[in-house]
Design a protein around this ligand. Structure first.
Ligand SMILES: [Fe+2]
Length: 243
């Protein structure tokens, strides 16, 4: 069993991630080398900016999966979206115009980095009220959580899932983000990891270093849960797409 990356911009032509099929394949190959065996493709959906339409995402996932097979990269790819929260979300989910995470009731949601905590908490409440489960993308990116980590506990107890970027844990995004996420892991407030990979350089699909840190610092059971167990049982179940 390899690692599960629940947040990646691996699909070509969708957003500011992979530029073309060749780059997507290089990123997949790199991810495989990093020990990742399952990846949810989560192109940006942002009103007026990135579309990430349902059929388009599925089409790109299928094409990329086929191309990967031809190149003997056994990594499995699943459809998803990283949704920038907006008040019209319910409408879009009702119409089925956006991918949840692999067709489950979980949605990967992001906000502006300077957003007020009350706004994010209300959005979490709103999404839960729609009978979906929010997964907060890269919790370490928001000022309101960096200021007060107990807020993570609050949204978590409301039912929100929490995703952290693997690179943050090993300091790739600065000292304070690193210290913050390592603290959350210690407190058991992180559910999933993602690479948030966009390219082959600065934001590449890296997981190995993070995994080495987790296995060194924590018992195997906890590290396994973060690196693949939680995502496997909640997001990649056999009821959902492609499993
Ligand atoms: Fe992202």
């Amino acid at each position: 069993m390899g690692f599960v990356d629940i947040h990646s911009h691996i699909l070509p032509y969708m957003d500011d991630g992979a530029r073309n099929l060749e780059q997507s394949l290089q990123m997949l190959s790199m991810a495989w080398e990093e020990g990742i065996s399952h990846m949810i493709a989560t192109p940006h959906y942002k009103r007026g900016r990135y579309r990430a339409g349902r059929s388009e995402v599925l089409e790109q996932v299928k094409q990329l999966q086929e191309a990967a097979q031809e190149q003997n990269i056994p990594l499995r790819i699943y459809p998803g979206t990283e949704i920038f929260y907006h008040g019209d979300l319910e409408d879009r989910l009702d119409r089925g115009s956006l991918w949840t995470l692999n067709g489950t009731r979980y949605i990967l949601v992001e906000f502006g980095p300077m957003e007020e905590y009350s706004y994010i908490r209300n959005a979490v409440d709103d999404i839960l009220g729609m009978d979906y489960r929010p997964v907060l993308a890269h919790v370490e990116r928001y000022r309101c959580f960096l200021k007060d980590a107990e807020r993570v506990r609050e949204i978590s107890s409301m039912g929100c899932r929490v995703q952290v970027n693997a690179g943050s844990i090993v300091g790739q995004f600065g000292y304070s983000a690193g210290r913050f996420v390592r603290g959350l892991i210690q407190k058991g407030l992180v559910d999933y990891l993602g690479t948030d990979a966009h390219d082959l350089r600065k934001r590449r699909p890296a997981m190995k270093k993070c995994a080495a840190y987790l296995y060194e610092k924590y018992d195997r059971e906890y590290a396994d849960a973060l690196l693949f167990g939680n995502a496997m049982s909640e997001l990649l179940t056999d009821r959902s797409f492609g499993a």
